[in-house]
Structures are given as C-alpha cells and as structure tokens.
Design a protein around this ligand. Structure first.
Ligand code: 3HC
Length: 554
C-alpha cells in the first residue's frame, strides 16, 4: 500500500530538527516535535519560534500565519505520543547507538506501516535500517541547513527498502516545495560527498598558514561565486558535523583529501564548533573584533602594465582610477629601458605578440614544444624578455597568465620577485585578483601588491605560488570529485547539479561550471596540480570528455 502522510513527527530539535519541524508545519502538516527532555523540547520551541519571528520581521510571514504554524506543532518529550504518526524523521546526533535506541523504541510505538526516516548526513542508513524490526520502511530524508531555505532533500534508499517508499517520500518532498534527489546508501550521499572533501581541502590549506581565513573564504565566495566561503560554511554546518562526515568519507574511500584535517579535530576537541558554540574558524561572540582591513597605505605610486588585450586595458584603467601613475606599454617596439627601477610591472597576455614568426606559424625557436606551431612567446630577444632584462630587485613583476610567466622565467634575475596573478571573472560578490607568493616574496612586496589590487577595486587573495593558486586548485578538485561520482555510476550530472544548487545554494551546478570551463582546461589544470600533489589525478571520464571535446550536460 502506498504510504499516506497526515501526521508527521520529528525527533531531535537541534538546528536541523527544528528547521525540519518548521518546514512541515509551514506546509500545513500537524507535527510532533520531540526531544529528550521537557527542557530540550522547550529549547526546540524557542528555535522554531525565533525562525518564524525572523520571517515575520522580514514581512515574509504574517503574525496570524506564525501563530497558526506554531499551533500545528506539539512539542513533547514523550516518544509514546507518536503512536498515530505516519512518518517519523529522526534528526538526533550522529551516533549509531543513539539512532538504534530510538528506532528500536519506535518499533514498539508506531504502527508497523508507519515510515521511519533518518536525516543522517553521514551514517550508513542500511545499518540503521538493519537494526529495526521493519527495515523495509526505513528511508533517508536528508535536509540541508538552513532547512527552511535550502530546497534539496536527498531521499536515500537501501537494499532493504520496500519499493513504493522512496517514491512516496519523493512526492512528499515535492509537496513541501523541495527538490528531491533519490540515491542509494553511500558515504556522504551526493551533496556531502562533494561538499565535505572540498571543505576539508580548504581547511587543510588554511592550517598550512599560507592563506588567511578571509582570503580563503573570498577565493570561493567572490572568486567562484559560491554563497559562502568554506570556513564560514563549516562554521554554519558545525565543525563537529564536518569532522564526522570526513571520518565516514575517509573510512569509505581512504582518500587523503577526505581525512579530517588536524586543525578541524583540534577545534572539535576544544568544543569550538562554529556558530552554535559562538566560535569556530571565526569568533561570533558579541565582543569579537572586526577582521583587520589591510588598507591601501602600502600601495604602489606607479606601475607599468606591459601587454595587450582586455585585461591589460582593465588593469591600466583600474590602477589609474586608484591613483597609481600608470605606464601602459602595448607596443613591442617601445623602448623599455625606462622601466628599470619600477616598483611594479604587470605582464599581461602579450606573449603571443612577441615572436613575429608565431603568428605566421613559422617560428623555429630551438627547444619549442614539438607539438606546437609556435614558441608561446619564449623566443629569445622577445618583447617580454627585453623588459625582463632591464628589471632588478627593486621591481615586483606580476605575470597575469602562464604565457607571460613562461616568457620571462629564466630571463629575469633570480632576485626579482615574479608572482603569478590571476584575475577571475566577476561574480555577484565582486572580482578576485589572486596572486601567488613564494619563498623569496617579502611581506612588504605582498602587502604592496595586496594594497594596490584593493585600491584598484579587486578583492585580493594571496596564496602559495603553486599550480591553480587557491581558486582553481579548490574548484578543479571539487569538480573532479563530481566527475568521479558520475563515473562511479552513483549519480547523474543533473543529480549533482540539483544537489549543489538546491542543497548548498551554488548559483550554478558543478557540471554547468565544468562545461563552461571546458573539460580540457580542468583536466590540464588537475594534471598540473598533480605535479606538486601526486594524489591529484584527473578522472578517466574527465579525460574522455576532454579528448572528445564533449560537454557533460545537454
Ligand atoms: N532560517 C530561516 N531562514 C533563513 C535562515 C535560517 N536559519 N538563514 C537565512 N535565512 C533566509 C533569510 O531570511 C533570507 O531570506 P530572504 O532573502 O527571503 O529575506 C535568505 O535566507 C538569505 O539570507 P541572508 O540574506 O541572511 O544571507 P545569505 O544571502 O548569505 O543567505 C544562506 C544565507 C541561505 C545560508 C546562504 O548563504 C547559503 O545558501 N549558504 C550555503 C549553505 C549551505 O551550503 N548549506 C548546506 C550545508 S551542508 C548540510 O547542511 C548537510 C549536512 O548534512 C552537513
């Protein structure tokens, strides 16, 4: 018989449980909201009331609707009250023994045909189900934080589940205005299996001390356009939850990047769990000082922009607007002797123009890439190397693309700071200009570059001068994980994109991003990243798409 849901119960009234209660009550379902004691049930009432108040104060809910919603909820500490529930969703802490004791107790309370759902984000649903008297009615119903806002519901099936239950839960999720994705029982399901390793990589990078927390968050929020940076999001999800999912993921995959970073473990042991305890990567207490703004005091007074193209024009305009005296050189015939002693020289996309023979395909520079028709600007005596020859340690050189970097590497004196610069596409949060620092970069040089980019209206991100810098190393590996999930036959590209947009608020799914970038660009980027971290390898399916130039989405 197809289950019908009239009366719903939610057990566990923490952040997620209270959010789930609100979702059902707002959708006109009578709800039992249960926690382990009267105090905890009252605390849950407080969470739901506060959230509804917030909606009222924003004009999204009338006071009458708030009252009607609260009236539909029965807050209780008694499991025995749930005898007439058609669906019970547990959202208790992620410990198997707690889940088992609740499901065992429910076996004696609810009707044999009532559906038991778990909001577990990390434990094996099959193990939860197998411990009950009727495993065929135990299903996963995984909501995302904040549950009233995010639309994804992962419906998790097991090999023990009765045929019609997943469909009934999917239909229910649709009735709640959610977007369901039905998948099997695998560590992390879809969204967490992609989100949590990305968070763990970001935390592992942060713990190296090579990137500040604000830069790291800006790299993803502003650089990629995600709703929050990874450290802010970890604090929202709860560091204990991120840690638990890492443990489960690592146990299942044994992939180094899934392991819980030691800083995360330390914060969990220290009970700094993020927003819910007032401190995590950030301090949420009322007396926490505001993040220090580096300001623009250290910016350069003058800069040379050498090169052609849109980015060169954008940088020259933005620097000039910021009050920097700009020398823009876009003609290879210009005498560059005057650049000696410049504090800042930016090389942009001009490398192709350096070797006259490249354009005609007749370049015969010794040592050029055998497969390539040209020397990519590496020709001796080229424009950029003329510039490189006049510069000394007084100058910081920013190379805005690989070709420019390649054109001067080996020509510049060793004591000249050559930093990679990548200006990312503008997103709704701003535009990131990311630069790489290496062992030879002084604090003053990094501060000068940061201050100049800030004054020019960019959001600066400084990280190690390694392949992909911060933005592309996190993004490409995140995308690479999604391809591996599809290659494993667990989810479709459409499922993944629904999960990440509806569950994590991504403005576009990972496959939409991948198709935009091109599979070849991501595969090449991962290969480059693999040159410094051998655990990074492009998935074979990604390589196939790259070779055949095939998008993942229709
Ligand atoms: N409850 C109810 N509504 C909330 C809310 C909450 N806790 N938090 C935010 N909102 C509402 C606001 O009222 C606002 O509504 P409005 O636009 O209609 O006025 C809307 O959400 C946007 O909120 P804000 O303007 O305050 O802030 P943002 O625009 O930054 O949005 C956010 C906040 C919705 C949290 C957004 O940043 C986001 O989607 N972040 C990503 C969160 C995410 O990835 N969650 C998934 C984590 S993984 C998970 O939960 C699974 C688990 O198993 C680990």
């Amino acid at each position: 018989m197809v289950p019908v849901f009239s009366k719903v119960a939610v057990i566990g009234l923490g952040t997620m449980g209270a959010g789930i209660v609100e979702v059902f009550a707002k959708a006109d379902f009578p709800v039992y909201a249960v926690d382990g004691s009267t105090e905890l049930a009252e605390r849950g009432r407080g969470f739901v009331t506060k959230s509804l108040e917030r909606a009222v104060s924003k004009g999204k809910l009338s006071e009458a609707d708030r009252d009607a919603t609260l009236e539909r909820i029965t807050f209780t500490a008694e499991l025995s009250d749930l005898a007439d529930a058609d669906l019970v969703i547990e959202a208790v802490p992620e410990r198997m023994e707690i889940k088992h004791s609740i499901f065992t107790a429910l076996d004696d309370i609810v009707r044999p045909d009532a559906i038991l759902a778990s909001n577990t984000s990390s434990l094996s649903l099959t193990e939860v189900a197998a411990g009950t008297r009727h495993p065929e009615r135990v299903v996963g119903m995984h909501f995302f934080n904040p549950a009233p806002v995010l639309q994804l519901v992962e419906v998790i099936t097991t090999v023990l589940l009765a045929d019609d239950v997943a469909d009934a839960i999917r239909d229910l999720a649709l009735k709640l205005g959610k977007k369901p994705v039905v998948v099997g029982d695998r560590a992390g399901f879809v969204a967490n299996a992609l989100l949590i390793p990305y968070l763990a990589r970001a935390i592992a990078l942060y713990q190296t001390g090579k990137v500040s927390r604000v830069d790291l968050d800006n790299a993803c929020k502003v650089g990629i356009g995600l709703p929050m940076g990874p450290l802010t999001l970890s604090d929202l999800v709860g560091l204990d939850v991120v840690h638990e999912v890492c443990e489960v993921m690592y146990a299942a995959t044994k992939r180094a990047s899934d392991a819980s970073p030691s800083l995360l473990r330390q914060l969990v042991l220290a009970k700094r769990l993020g927003r819910k305890t007032g401190q995590g990567f950030y301090d949420y207490s009322a007396d926490a000082g505001a993040e220090e703004d580096a300001g623009t005091d250290a910016m350069t007074a003058s800069a040379a922009i050498v090169g052609k193209g849109e980015l060169a024009t954008q940088l020259a305009g933005a620097f000039a607007k910021a009050g920097v005296t700009v020398t823009a050189i876009d003609d290879p015939e210009t005498d560059v002797a005057d650049l000696a002693g410049s504090p800042l020289v930016v090389l942009v996309g001009g490398a192709e123009a350096e070797c006259a023979n490249c354009d005609s395909g007749e370049c015969d520079v010794e040592g050029k890439d055998a497969d390539s028709a040209c020397c990519s600007g590496a020709a001796p005596g080229n424009w950029f190397s003329d510039v490189a020859e006049v510069l000394d340690a007084r100058t910081v050189v920013l190379a805005a693309d690989e070709a420019s970097e390649f054109a001067v590497a080996g020509v510049l004196d060793d004591d000249v700071a050559l930093l990679p610069l990548r200006v990312h596409q503008e997103t709704k949060h701003g535009q990131v200009a990311e630069f790489g620092v290496s062992l030879g970069t002084t604090d003053e040089q990094a501060a000068m570059v940061r201050a100049t980019l800030t004054a020019a209206g960019f959001v600066p991100v400084a990280g190690p001068a390694r392949p992909g810098l911060v933005v592309d190393s996190l993004l490409f590996q995140h995308v690479g994980d999604a391809v591996a999930m599809v290659d494993a036959g667990y989810a479709t590209p459409q499922d993944v994109d629904t999960a990440m947009t509806a569950g994590c608020g991504y403005p576009r799914g990972l496959f939409a991003i991948l198709d935009d970038l091109g599979a070849d660009v991501v595969a090449d980027g991962l290969l480059e990243q693999g040159s410094v971290d051998p655990t990074v390898v492009p998935n074979p399916l990604l390589v196939e798409h790259a070779v055949r130039d095939l998008p993942f989405l229709d």
